[in-house]
Write a protein that binds this ligand. Structure first.
Ligand code: SF4
Length: 90
């Protein structure tokens, strides 16, 4: 788990079970699958972005779609790798 927990908006998306407007959106799983850049084919979370993000954040990782293709294919989804990848943009 991230130190200090998930960012507030993400925590709301993951934890809010009140049936509020955010969670009443229909999942666009088919459209998400088309846009998904993850090359790990056997994953059952493909297209289920909320599950994908939650799964990776629990291990201090980020989902495949935030990495460029040459990094994504290494399956190193760590936050450290993300920072290293984009350090030149800071
Ligand atoms: S990024 Fe991770 S959880 Fe998401 S589809 Fe790929 S392997 Fe599955």
């Amino acid at each position: 788990m991230l130190k200090g927990g998930a960012p507030p908006l993400l925590a709301t998306l993951i934890n809010d079970s009140s049936g509020g407007e955010v969670l009443s959106m229909e999942c666009q799983m088919d459209a998400n699958k088309v846009k998904c850049t993850c090359t790990y084919e056997p994953c059952s979370r493909k297209g289920k972005c909320c599950e994908c993000i939650s799964y990776h954040l629990e291990s201090d990782e980020l989902p495949a779609c935030v990495f460029p293709p040459q990094v994504e294919k290494t399956y190193d989804r760590s936050i450290a790798r993300f920072v290293k990848t984009f350090a030149h943009k800071i």
